[in-house]
Write a protein that binds this ligand. Sequence first.
Ligand code: BTN
Length: 245
Amino acid sequence: MIFFEIIEYESIGSTNEEMKSLLKNGWMHEGMCIWTPRQLQGKGQRGNSWQSVPDKDLTFSILLKPPVHKKLSAFSILQMMSLAVVNYLERRIDGNDVLIKWPNDILVGRKKICGVLIENSISGGEVTSIVGVGLNVQSSLSDRQDLKATSIRQESGKLYSVRAELDELLGEVSKQYTRMLGNPREVLEAYQGLIYGKGKTLRFVENGSDEFQAVIKEVDSDGRLVLDRNGIEKAYLHGQIKIQY
Ligand code: BTN
C-alpha cells in the first residue's frame, strides 16, 4: 500500500507545476499529493490548458517513485492510473460505459470526464513521476458549456464532496499501484479490456489534418496504439495521431 499525504492550497496555478518546483527543493517523497479546489492555470496534454470549475471539480497531482528494479515503462503508470480512475468511477456511475480513450482520457459514454497528465523525469536511474488528474465532479453543463465533457454529477444526478472524492480516488490509486508493482502484466490486460473503440472502426487524424479510418487492434506494451488500416497493421505513438470521437 502507498499512503498519500495531502497538501492543500487554497488556490494555485497548476498542481503539476507546483509539484515540480517543490521537487527541485528535494524534500518531496513518494505519496505526496498536491490538491487545490481552485486551479487557475491547469495544464493539459499537448500544451493545451485544462479548465476546471472552482470548488466543483477535482484537480490534484501525486508523486510516484516506482522502484528502479521493477523496470516499469512510463506507460505502466499511465495504465495504472487510468485503471484506478475507471474502477473508482464505476462505483459512482452506472448505466453508461466508463472507458479509456487512448492514451489517457476517461470517457463516460462518449463524453470526457477526466484527463491525466503524467510528467516523468529520470535522474540517477530513478524514475520520478508526477501524475496530475483533472476530474469533473460537481460541475454542470452550464458551468462548462462543453458538450463533449461530463461530470459525476451530470451522470449520476448525485452531489459529491470534492474533498471526500479525492480520498476515495486515492484509495483506488493505492490499490492499483500495489497491483502494478506486483503484476504489471495484469494491469496491462485490465487496461486493454477498457479501451474505447477496441475492435471498432474509428476516424483518426494524422499530422494534424490527414483523416483516415482504421480499426483499433490493441495498445501494445510500449503504449502505442495498434491500428489495422486497410489490412495493414501499424503502431502509433501518442502525438502522432488523434482519435476523432
Ligand atoms: C488532459 O489534457 O486531458 C490532461 C489534463 C490534466 C489536468 C490535471 S488537473 C491537475 C494537474 N495539474 C495540471 O496543471 N494539470 C493536471
